[in-house]
Design a binder for this molecule. Structure first.
Ligand SMILES: C=CC1=C(C)c2cc3[nH]c(cc4nc(cc5[nH]c(cc1n2)c(C)c5CCC(=O)O)C(CCC(=O)O)=C4C)c(C)c3C=C
Ligand code: FE2
Length: 413
C-alpha cells in the first residue's frame, strides 16, 4: 500500500469517511459535500480520472498555483513519458497520497520521490488540470496536423501591455486547492518530475477565488471589493455547460471531445487610483452596487440587469459599464466559465501594490467566446482606466484521463 501523506487521526478529525478492517488506507476517502461557506473544504477529494478533467466545473477552491511550461527537447516519446509520469503523480496527489514511494521511509542516501511539505495536510480538494499550448503543435513532436482550429493565437487587444515572460507556454498545469501548501506541493512535485524534460516558463500564485462555479457557493469579492462571479456559468447549468464549456464530438479535433479551452490573463489592478475613486464612480464602472452586487437597474444580486432602464434620461447601467459590455446580450450570446483568483505579488518600486486578478476562463471556442467578450471590453470598458493586461496564455485542455491511461493520450493515438 502506498504511504499516505496524512495521518488517519487527522482524517477522522476532518470528518472523512474511511473504510474499516484490513487494508484501511487513503483510497477510502469519500467526497465531502461543500461546506456552508461555499468552499470545498479540507476533507474534499475530487477524482482525477473521468470523462472531463477536474478543476473546471469543480466548486472553485480558494487557492491556485498555476504554471506554464516549455518542453526542453523535441522527442515525442519523452513528451509522452512526461505526460504518463505527470498523470500517475497527479492521480496520487489528488487522492491525498504522496508521489511515488513517498517522502520518507525510503533509502536515506537518495532524494525521496516526494518533497514532503504536504505530509499531514488533509486532501484540501486538490485538483490538477493539464493543458496544451499552441506552441506544442509547432512540429517538434509531430503534432502540427493535430492542432485544433479552436486553439487560436490570441489577437492583440487595445490596451494590452503583455510581457513575453508572463505569456505563452507549451504546457500548463492549474493546481487548485483549499490549502495553499497543497497546491504549491503539487506544482513543485510535477515540476521536479519534469526535470530535464520541461521547465517552468512562468507561474502564478492566487488566493481568494474570484468566481463561484456552483450555486451553493457564496459569491466572493475581487480586490476592488466587488462581488465577482454572480453571473458566471455554474456547474448545475448543465445545458449551458454542455453548450459553452465542453468540446462536443464533431468540433475540429476529435481528440479534444470532452475537453475545453483555457484562457488565462494576468490583469494588474491599479489599486491606489481605484481606492481614491468615489463609491458612485466605482459602481458606475462595474454597473453593480458594491454592497450586494445588485445591478444598478435594481433588484437583488441575482436579478437580471435591465440595460434599458433609465432615470432622468440616462441609462441606470452606464453605456461603458463592465457588466454591460461583458454581458452575453452584447456579445452574440457568448458565455464563459470564469475561474480566476486574486493575486498580490508584493509591490513595485514606487511602493504600489503589484496586485490584480489572474483571470481564467474555460470555454468551447475561444474565438467566439473570450475573444468576442474581450474585444468588446478592450474597446471602451470603463474599468480599463484601472486595469492592465500583462500576461496571457491559451491552452487546449484535453478530456479527463481514463484509468490505466494518461492525460492527452487521444492526442498521440
Ligand atoms: C474577457 C472577459 C473578462 C475579463 C478579462 C474580465 C475582467 C475583470 N472583471 C472584473 C470584475 C467583474 N466582472 C464582472 C462580470 C463579468 N465579467 C466578465 C468577463 C470578464 N471580466 C463577464 C462575462 C461577466 C458577467 C457579465 C454578465 O453576464 O452580467 C463583475 C460583476 C459580477 C459578476 O457577474 O461576476 C465584476 C465585479 C475585474 C475587476 C476584471 C479585471 C481585473
Ligand atoms: Fe469581469
Amino acid at each position: 500500500m502506498t504511504l499516505s501523506r496524512r495521518g488517519l487521526l487527522g482524517l477522522a478529525g476532518a470528518g472523512v469517511v474511511v473504510g474499516t478492517g484490513a487494508g484501511i488506507g487513503i483510497d477510502h476517502f469519500a467526497i465531502a459535500p461543500a461546506t456552508a461557506s461555499g468552499t470545498s473544504g479540507a476533507a474534499a477529494v475530487y477524482p482525477f480520472y473521468g470523462e472531463h478533467q477536474s478543476g473546471i466545473t469543480t466548486a472553485a477552491q480558494d487557492r491556485l498555483h498555476f504554471a506554464s511550461f516549455d518542453v526542453d527537447g523535441s522527442d515525442r516519446s519523452e513528451l509522452i513519458s512526461l505526460l504518463k509520469d505527470w498523470t500517475a503523480a497527479a492521480a496520487q496527489m489528488t487522492a491525498g497520497k504522496t508521489v511515488g514511494t513517498g517522502a520518507v521511509g525510503g533509502p536515506l542516501d537518495a532524494p525521496a520521490d516526494d518533497t514532503g511539505e504536504a505530509l499531514d495536510l488533509p486532501p484540501s480538494g486538490l485538483t490538477i488540470t493539464f493543458g496544451f499550448g499552441p506552441s506544442l503543435f509547432d512540429g517538434r513532436f509531430g503534432l502540427a496536423g493535430k492542432r485544433p482550429t479552436e486553439l487560436i493565437d490570441l489577437p492583440h487587444f487595445a490596451g494590452d501591455a503583455l510581457e513575453a515572460a508572463l505569456s505563452g507556454g507549451d504546457l500548463c498545469i492549474q493546481a487548485c486547492s483549499d490549502d495553499p501548501q497543497v497546491a504549491v506541493h503539487a506544482i513543485r512535485n510535477l515540476s521536479r518530475i519534469a526535470f530535464g524534460r520541461a521547465s517552468i516558463r512562468w507561474s502564478q500564485l492566487g488566493f481568494g477565488r474570484t468566481s463561484s462555479t456552483t450555486r451553493d457557493q457564496v459569491t466572493p469579492r475581487n480586490l476592488f471589493g466587488f462581488k465577482d462571479g454572480t453571473a458566471n456559468v455554474k456547474a448545475e447549468d448543465t445545458t449551458q455547460v454542455d453548450e459553452h464549456v465542453w468540446v462536443p464530438r464533431g468540433d475540429s479535433a476529435s481528440w479534444m471531445t470532452g475537453g475545453s479551452y483555457l484562457v488565462a490573463r494576468k490583469i494588474r489592478m491599479l489599486i491606489e487610483p481605484w481606492d481614491r475613486t468615489s463609491l458612485r464612480e466605482q459602481e458606475r464602472v462595474i454597473g453593480r452596487n458594491k454592497g450586494e452586487g445588485a445591478p444598478l437597474s435594481g433588484g437583488k444580486e441575482f436579478t437580471e440587469p435591465d440595460f434599458h432602464a433609465k432615470a432622468l434620461g440616462s441609462t441606470l447601467i452606464d453605456r461603458d459599464a463592465h457588466v454591460r459590455l461583458a454581458h452575453p446580450d452584447q456579445n452574440k450570446g457568448a458565455l464563459l466559465l470564469r475561474r480566476g483568483y486574486n493575486f498580490v505579488d508584493g509591490n513595485d518600486d514606487l511602493g504600489r501594490l503589484n496586485a490584480g486578478l489572474f483571470f481564467i476562463a474555460f470555454q468551447r471556442d475561444p474565438a467566439s467566446q473570450f475573444v468576442r467578450v474581450q474585444q468588446s471590453l478592450a474597446g471602451h470598458d470603463a474599468l480599463n482606466e484601472y486595469i492592465r493586461h500583462v500576461g496571457s496564455g491559451i491552452f487546449a485542455v484535453p478530456p479527463g484521463a481514463k484509468p490505466g491511461s494518461y492525460v492527452g493520450a487521444e492526442l498521440f493515438a
